[in-house]
Structures are given as C-alpha cells and as structure tokens.
Design a protein around this ligand. Structure first.
Ligand SMILES: [Zn+2]
Length: 96
C-alpha cells in the first residue's frame, strides 16, 4: 500500500507537511512574513514526457537529443548548452 502523507494546513495547498502542519513553502512564508499566501499547485506529470538531463521533454525531443549527443560524443548537458547558445546567437542577430 502506498503511504499517504498528511497535507499542509493551508486550504487548497495539498503539499506534504514539513513542520508545524505546514508544507516547506508555507512554513517559510509564515516564519518570514507572518502570513500564508497561495502558491502554484503541483503540476500533474505528463505521461508523454520523459526525464532527460534533468528536464521533462517529449519522447521525440529526448530521442533527438540522445542521438545528437551520441553522434557528437557529448554529454546531454553539453548538447543542450550548444543548442541554447546557438538560439541565443540567433536572437541577438535577429535584433540587430
Ligand atoms: Zn502549503
């Protein structure tokens, strides 16, 4: 049986209790500001996405990155960094 955790005391929060009945975020909020405000709810996991290099990507995107990393003998992070650098350079070129 899956262990169910007790949820935060803030209405509609739904996160796991961390201290004094509050989740970590609400506990810190209460501690630093004295009040709690709503925070972004947990996003449900998209079953069509896979984890790759710490990111949740479509299976197709992850497959393309894996292939490129293998071809260039680079790590996943290096391939993603290359793509982002190229994108950034294109953005700068488009602006000038
Ligand atoms: Zn909470």
């Amino acid at each position: 049986m899956k262990k169910r955790h007790v949820t935060c005391l803030v209405d509609g929060c739904g996160r796991r209790q961390y201290a004094r009945g509050y989740c970590q975020t609400h506990f810190k909020q209460l501690h630093t500001t004295g009040v709690t405000v709503p925070i972004r709810p947990y996003q449900p996991r998209d079953p069509d996405r896979v984890k790759y290099a710490g990111l949740r990507l479509t299976k197709r995107c992850a497959a393309v990155l894996k292939r490129r990393a293998r071809q260039r003998r680079l790590s996943a992070g290096a391939v993603i960094a290359d793509i982002l650098e190229q994108w950034h350079l294109r953005q700068r070129a488009d602006r000038s």
